[in-house]
Design a protein around this ligand. Structure first.
Ligand code: GDP
Ligand code: IMO
Ligand code: MG
Length: 422
């Protein structure tokens, strides 16, 4: 079998968690391939909302094996909290969750370094979730990191102390107060509880599954425009969020990738700093924020909102080789007489472009196409044909501009608010 990949095409929070949860029943395995507890994936069913950070969004389905791949960075403390919370909800993960030995560990000092670095940046801060993501990936590429597999080694403490000392030396260069003792104690306790899970060589496991004709879904975190290489650098995360990241983060050959599901919101949101050409700082933006309940699942910060950006979406489709689009949150736009879609940009130098530029701060203003709003509640619909004509036109316009079919349309946070088109 081929590895199917589901990922975000914008700046994160596209609704990946919900869609993975919906798809999960069709799969044998769900695997996370990058990112860490900076992710906040919301799932909703039975009128209860669940938010996952480290744990793959397949966990609410029985008989699904969940894998945390080598590309992920794992905070044992946050992981333990998630496991406990799930246990209270009657979900026991011991037999259906495996963690790659090659996944890197987030240390308490990584989180402190994240905070110190952001605080030193002042106005140019990234707006990080402060979960230690950047410093942990820096240690990974700097070849200093501590991995899950190290927990099994006899000199784990020494390795930890060596890395901690390096971090303390770095922290001495910042004017930043911190205390470590309590955090360290909690961290080592959480590391102990991590041992109850299977530490695996996940690249072998995933390839074995594929070889046995088992279906595997790779679950992305963040979004394409936060990719370390292709996002709006430096306002990005520290991993490759694009489809190629699934190959790296799970050890699967590109030739074994099958469907690539690209999830996007019917509008755009961004949390944290960085360019956002179609951002609306007016009443329309606030309307999207309120209607869409656009507050971060991990940090609670308000998300910036704006119209759909097609050059950005086409860029993401190209980078990921998207084969099917999944559109979420169109229900949020149900109160507009007209809606806008960005089809290009007027640049500061007077030129007009249709592609996503190197420096998005050079965009003077977006070029918009105005479309009729659907002005109707679409949240209860079951079939595409039932939906208002203006809405169907919006979808067809996106399909025409991207050349990709919108296969699924999500019309609400819950599992069953979903329309399978065609
Ligand atoms: P993720 O990080 O991509 O998994 O997305 P988040 O969970 O951070 O943010 C998406 C938010 O939108 C969550 O609160 C979801 O419950 C909610 N959501 C997902 N799909 C829809 C939808 O189609 N309509 C509405 N109104 N909310 C949705
Ligand atoms: P999910 O998986 C939205 C943003 C942060 C910040 C930047 C860097 O829920 O879509 P980091 O903590 O990685 O150093 O932050 O990236 N960011 C996200 N925004 N959704 C996410 O994940 C995000 N993970 C990180 O707000 O701007
Ligand atoms: Mg999220």
């Amino acid at each position: 079998m081929k590895l199917n990949v589901l990922l975000g095409l914008q700046w994160g929070d596209e609704g990946k968690g919900k869609i993975v949860d919906v798809f999960a029943s069709r799969y044998d395995v769900v695997a996370r391939f990058q990112g860490g507890p900076n992710a906040g994936h919301s799932l909703e069913f039975g009128n209860v909302k669940h938010i996952l950070h480290n744990i793959p969004s397949g966990v609410f389905h029985k008989n699904i094996h969940n894998v945390i791949g080598n590309g992920v960075v794992l905070d044992p403390v946050i992981f333990r909290e998630e496991v406990e919370e799930l246990k209270h909800k009657g979900i026991n993960l011991n037999n259906n969750l495996a963690i790659s030995r090659k996944a890197h560990l987030i240390l308490p000092t990584h989180r402190i370094l994240d905070a110190a670095s952001e605080s030193a940046k002042g106005k140019s801060k990234i707006g990080s979730t402060l979960k230690g993501i950047g410093p942990t990936y820096m240690d990974k590429t700097g070849r200093n990191g501590l991995r899950v597999g190290d927990i099994e080694s006899h000199d784990f403490r020494e390795k930890y102390n060596f890395l901690k000392k390096k971090h303390q030396d770095l922290l001495a260069q910042y004017d930043f107060q911190y205390s470590l003792e309590d955090k360290e104690k909690e961290w080592f306790e959480a590391v102990e509880s991590l041992r109850q899970f299977a530490f695996v060589d996940s690249e072998h496991l995933i390839n074995q599954y594929l070889g046995q004709d088992k279906s595997v879904l790779a679950e992305g975190a963040q979004g394409t425009l936060l990719d370390i290489d292709f996002g709006s650098y430096p306002y990005v995360t520290s991993s490759n969020t694009i489809c190629a990241g699934a190959c790296i983060g799970l050890g699967v050959s590109p030739k074994n990738v099958g469907e690539v599901f690209g999830v996007f919101k019917a509008y755009c949101t961004r949390v944290g700093s960085g360019p956002f050409p179609t951002e609306l700082t007016n009443a329309e933006g606030r309307q999207l924020q309120e209607q869409g309940n656009e507050y971060g699942a991990t940090t609670g910060r308000p998300r910036r909102c704006g119209w759909l950006d097609l050059p950005a979406l086409n860029y993401a489709i190209m980078l990921n080789g998207v084969t099917q689009l999944v559109m979420t949150k169109a229900d949020v736009m149900s109160q507009f007489d007209t809606v806008k879609v960005c089809t290009g940009y007027k640049m500061n130098d007077g030129s007009t472009i249709r592609h996503f530029p190197y420096n998005q701060y050079e965009v003077a203003e977006p070029i918009y196409q105005e479309l009729e709003g659907w002005n109707a509640d679409i949240s209860g619909a079951t079939y595409f044909s039932e939906l208002p004509e203006a809405f169907r036109k919006y979808v067809h316009f996106i399909e025409k501009q991207t050349g990709i079919t919108v296969r699924l349309i999500s019309t609400g946070p819950s599992r069953d608010s979903l329309i399978e088109k065609d």
